[in-house]
Design a protein around this ligand. Structure first.
Ligand code: GRF
Length: 208
């Protein structure tokens, strides 16, 4: 059984996709053992509460320094003993010590086809604004392991989505969520939960 802790900052639609996947059985061998947010107003916390999932808010704003936050943050994570940490729209930088301790056990969902429109400054709507500005015809989402860089870890799954005439950043974001994010994040968790993902020479390998 894969114990998963999900880190969130916003609306939690990706968290909801994971909750729904576990409840429907499309995600097997997995239980969500906790949700942590840096934002006490995140609707994602409401989603956790509605489904009886342990949840906690911990924010850098509540600590005298980032180092003190990082220390407490890692303590909480360690107490919850996750097998996998899922970043589902989590907007706080993961402490290097946590990345080291949970090497290839932290995954992130990014709303673009990495290496396009990713890295520092590319998050949320900014990703879709940049894609429309560039005039790309295909966008999508990526699930990857988290390493010390920003959106640079081994890519696990990607799914492409067509850009359509008249798309605004908001319309495009919603399509990428519906057609890509909410599908590949649950699928990646199910693959990991069933031992089908490994990392070799810095690349994620999926065994069928
Ligand atoms: C998603 O677009 C995800 O790709 C990005 O942050 C957003 C989170 O949305 N990392 P939600 O909180 O899951 O609705």
């Amino acid at each position: 059984m894969l114990d998963v802790v999900v880190l969130v900052s916003g609306g939690g639609t990706n968290l909801q996709a994971i909750i729904d996947g576990v409840e429907s059985g499309s995600i097997t061998n997995t239980r969500i053992t906790g949700v942590i947010s840096n934002n006490k107003n995140a609707y994602a916390l409401e989603r956790a509460k509605k489904h009886g999932v342990r949840n906690q808010c911990i924010s850098p704003k509540d600590f005298a320094s980032r180092d003190e936050f990082n220390e407490r943050f890692i303590e909480v994570i360690d107490e919850w003993k996750p097998d996998l940490i899922v970043l589902a729209g989590f907007l706080v930088v993961i402490p290097p010590a946590m990345i080291e301790r949970y090497r290839n056990r932290i995954v992130n969902i990014h709303p673009s086809l990495i290496p396009s429109f990713c890295g520092t400054g590319f998050y949320g709507l900014k990703v879709h604004e940049a894609a429309l500005e560039r005039g790309v015809k295909v966008v999508g989402a990526t699930v990857h392991f988290v390493d010390e860089g920003t959106d640079t870890g081994p890519i696990i799954l990607q799914k492409a989505v067509e850009v359509e005439a008249g798309d605004t950043p908001e319309i495009l974001q919603k399509r990428v969520m519906q057609q890509a994010e909410w599908k590949i994040l649950p699928r990646a968790i199910d693959l990991i939960a069933n031992g089908k993902v490994s990392v070799c020479d810095g690349k994620a390998v999926i065994s069928q």
